[in-house]
Write a protein that binds this ligand. Structure first.
Ligand code: PMP
Length: 336
């Protein structure tokens, strides 16, 4: 084991973990890339690092400068931690609807947190658009300047996955990988891994939560419904998704994803968030379509304690009419 020179150097190089239940169910080998083992406990540390490095290389970010971003949370955590390790300040704009735990973590990581009401992208006060304007203002007033990370359209995000996630998967499997599938927020992960691995013959699929727009954009079929998953469910072809052509697309209901999250926890010791449930459900669907004997990789996006007040809260699940695992049904609201 080598010594990382700093926190940024400790991002990535995550293990692939064999998912026992999913593999047994399908007769395939299904592996999860353990992105929750990154310093900020999510896949977004990779994008944060590449966005910051790119801005430094272009001379846009000077020491003591400020990084501004609109995020569902994980990119904010990544930017705050990687930014702190490199001497930058962060200002994070988040929709109010995101979990309290993620908001607390962003503040704990030293970032300034701005909460805005959830609004669609076409609304100028949508968190992404709001963060772009705020960055412009702060660029004028901050003594060391400010940049907008712009994870959705800044392709430094996708490059993180072209140069690290994709090649790591190829190396870890010794090139014996038939498919990769995950959900999209910015689309950096899916499109970046596709850019790295599709030319090597790997099929790269997209798993979309119910109600998300990409499913319709790629298949022409409706995708009604809604989802409590956070950080995924994109409505447009972002800059990072441009040029990506999915080999397989499926839509996953919360009622399919959540039991997988609980099963991963109870039977495999993996404490995961909702997007991981969508990803593993997608990997199972792709495995069923491809048939037994294939190797399929997906992403274990982030650590589940970030969603204690939602995914692991019986009252919240009952209120949403979502399935409740028996052990959670019996658990007290808080442990004294
Ligand atoms: N899962 C979670 C929990 C996330 O926060 C995100 C990013 N917002 C994703 C998945 C999707 O990653 P990407 O932005 O690379 O599409």
């Amino acid at each position: 084991m080598r010594i990382a020179t700093d926190l940024a150097d400790a991002v990535g190089h995550t293990p692939l973990i064999r998912l026992r239940r999913a593999s047994e169910l399908t007769g395939c080998e299904i592996y999860g890339k353990a992105e929750f083992m990154n310093p900020g406990q999510s896949v977004k540390d990779r994008a944060a690092l590449y966005i910051i490095r790119d801005a430094m290389e272009k001379g846009l970010l000077e020491p003591g400068g400020t990084i501004v971003e609109g995020t569902a949370g994980n990119t904010g955590i990544g930017l705050a931690l990687v930014g702190a390790s490199m001497g930058f300040k962060t200002v994070i704009v988040i929709p109010e609807t995101q979990s309290q735990e993620k908001k607390d973590m962003i503040r704990l990581a030293g970032a300034e947190l701005v909460q805005v009401p959830a609004a669609p992208y076409k609304n100028p006060n949508n968190y992404v658009r709001y963060s772009g304007r705020l960055a412009e203002e702060l660029a004028k007033s901050e003594p060391h300047g400010a940049i907008w990370a712009n994870q959705f359209d800044n392709v430094a995000n996708r490059r993180a996955h072209v140069e690290t996630t994709g090649p790591e998967i190829w190396e870890q499997t010794g090139g014996k990988v038939d498919a990769f599938i995950c959900a999209a927020g910015s689309g950096g992960t899916v499109a970046g891994v596709a850019e790295a691995l599709q030319p090597k013959g790997v099929k790269v699929g997209l798993a979309d939560p119910e109600g998300a727009g990409l499913f319709k954009l790629y298949t022409g079929e409706e995708n009604p419904g809604d989802s409590i998953t956070e950080g995924i469910g994109q409505g447009r072809i972002t800059g990072n998704l441009e040029g990506y052509t999915p080999d397989f697309v499926c839509r996953i209901a919360d009622s399919e994803a959540l039991p997988i999250v609980y099963e991963l926890l109870q039977e495999e010791g993996l404490v995961m968030g909702g997007s991981t449930g969508v990803n593993v459900a997608g990997a199972i669907r792709m495995a069923q379509q491809m048939g037994p004997g294939h190797t399929i990789v997906t992403v274990l996006c982030d650590f589940g304690n970030r969603y204690q007040s939602k995914l692991f809260n019986p009252d919240f699940l009952r209120q949403k009419g979502l399935p409740l695992p028996p052990w959670l049904d019996k658990a007290p609201a808080s442990i004294p």
